[in-house]
Design a protein around this ligand. Sequence first.
Ligand SMILES: Cc1ncc(COP(=O)(O)O)c(C=O)c1O
Length: 369
Amino acid sequence: MKIPGFDLKRQYQMIKPEINGVIQSVLDGGQFILGENVSLLEEEIANYCGVKHAIGVASGTDALLLSLRACGIGPEDEVITTPFTFFATAEVISNLGAKPVFVDIEPETFNIDIEKIEKSITKKTRAIIPVHLFGQICDMDQIMNLKEKYNLFIIEDACQAIGATYRDKKSGSMGNTGCFSFFPTKNLGGYGDGGMITTDNDELKEKLFLLRGHGSKKKYYHDELGYNSRLDELQAAILRVKLRYLDRWISRRQELANLYTSLLSDIPDVITPVVKGDRTHTFHQYVIRAKDRDSLQKYLSDSGIGSAIYYPLPLHLQKVYRYLGYKPGDFPQAEKASGEVLALPMWPELKNEEAEEVAGVIRKFYGKA
Ligand SMILES: Cc1ncc(COP(=O)(O)O)c(C=O)c1O
């Protein structure tokens, strides 16, 4: 049995008439940038997340970049984030001339370790970007306490966590802004790049609308330097169809996660994901820690099963960040995780038999068949 790490074709087959229908109507309508579907998707995402505003942008990366810009982050500023995330989280800080300051992760959730943030705060710290990794929200109450105490901006990197909840609040509804990615493999994914920023703040909303369209409110009149970062009408139309299925798809991911966990949790060499009691996990990724991870990955691959390593090298050890002066051993938990994590096939259309097959091969590898 061949089981890919991810397969978008099955989902498309299930919703093909609806998707094809909306694509056709956008083509017929002739409006391709910032049309009716973009405005409606913005409204629907704002409602879904429980915030006042949502602003469609070109990608999750741009959602982060524009958020930082709207908060006035620039050269000389420091922004705290995790070294165990997709590169874009730190890249946008650097691209604005600011300095990423990394703080190690907690081992259970792979999210930034709240206990370790405060001692990295300096006079230059202007913002924290908590990343809700794999679909589980960070300890936001404690982060919001730091926001108040040190007068910081909080930019939630919710690119992997749309729909996740923390003490009944949705991801992207707690920070100054929330940033979402519609990369095709995300829980809500388009058929190309796309992103969204959520905010309750009217001023930030105005600023973000300005920034995404070349700093211009009135056509050909420019108030400041902005970007070309608009969401395509075609993507918005597709995402509006998919948004209606999102909660069902998240539930299915959770079902599959429970199945994996029930089949793997008695293996001493495997640690299954931990979900904290006050939040939900949307399982954008189902990530285990595995002894002899690389051999297990090869064994799975030889059995026709896809898997992935998010992330093989923490950001503080990346070549591009040598100038920051970090060294191996600075963030032991992030470094340990990089050597142990393995993401198993996780997509809503994955069948129970397939998840059982994946678990069976893992059991066999560890002599537990
Ligand atoms: C945690 C995180 N941040 C940022 C991004 C960037 O999103 P995009 O690929 O849409 O630019 C991604 C996804 O790729 C991500 O997983």
